[in-house]
Design a protein around this ligand. Sequence first.
Ligand code: AFP
Length: 281
Amino acid sequence: MNEIIESIKQSTIEIKNIIVKGDTGKSEQQNSTGDTQLKLDIASDRVIENNFKKLASIKQIVSEEQDYIIDINENGKYLIAYDPLDGSSLVDVNLSVGSIYGIYEKSFEGQNIIGAVYVVFGPRVEMVVCDGKSVKLYRMDENKNFNFTQDLTMNKKGTISSPGSTQQCWYDNHRTMINTMFQEGYELSYSGGMVPDLHHVLLRGGGLFSYPGASDKPNGKLRQLFEVFPFAFIFETAGGASSDGSQSALKIKTTHIHDTSPCFLGSSDEIDMVHQYYKQS
Ligand code: AFP
């Protein structure tokens, strides 16, 4: 997996330059989810695809920005699903964004994920790498080197609530749960960028990030392969937990590569709380 991590580092350096110099305008194209693609999305996607195509260990890749799986090397071992620039619509208001990578074996399913990486393009560029045994934080320095900073672990109970989705569309059980958390003193943290929002929960030791199903999006908004499974793998490895409202998100059965799912990620106590409120409903 080392050559994959090195490739991601190279892509990160190139994407950082694109963000700084790039045009944040809209392209004429839409992705499979119907989102209008920004020029940044397409440029970042091209960088990652071109770098991954050089690796003998990769069998297939699939991007959130593309309709289909791309075959790379029939003798390759790894399948990689990636979101090249998640939250890209936030670049033009200068908020943090990120890249997300899920590394799978055999098939693109939650149960077959064996590695996950995300990169935060914020005041600093940071990369988090998870191999299923540990979650490690690296920081890019002025010479474009990625230096190990610390191992990341989560407390049993946290202090942050990061509630996504359109509040007026929340189901009653979800609204009651979120309101109760704030009454109990949880700190609100939500930027609209999944990568910085989850990085915040992870680095502050825990809490709950939620993007539930709601009346406008019953199956949620976040994509299973590119967003939900990589972060579920990272949070569970760090000692936290994940859920789709009733079980570990990694147990979700994927039927299409662009499927979405309700998504809860956080400390184990908070995920237990989610199951209490969702079981009752
Ligand atoms: P974009 O990639 O289209 O900006 O969406 C980002 C995202 O998929 C994820 O990063 C956020 O958690 C989520 O959308 C925010 O969605 P809302 O804007 O509906 O809160």
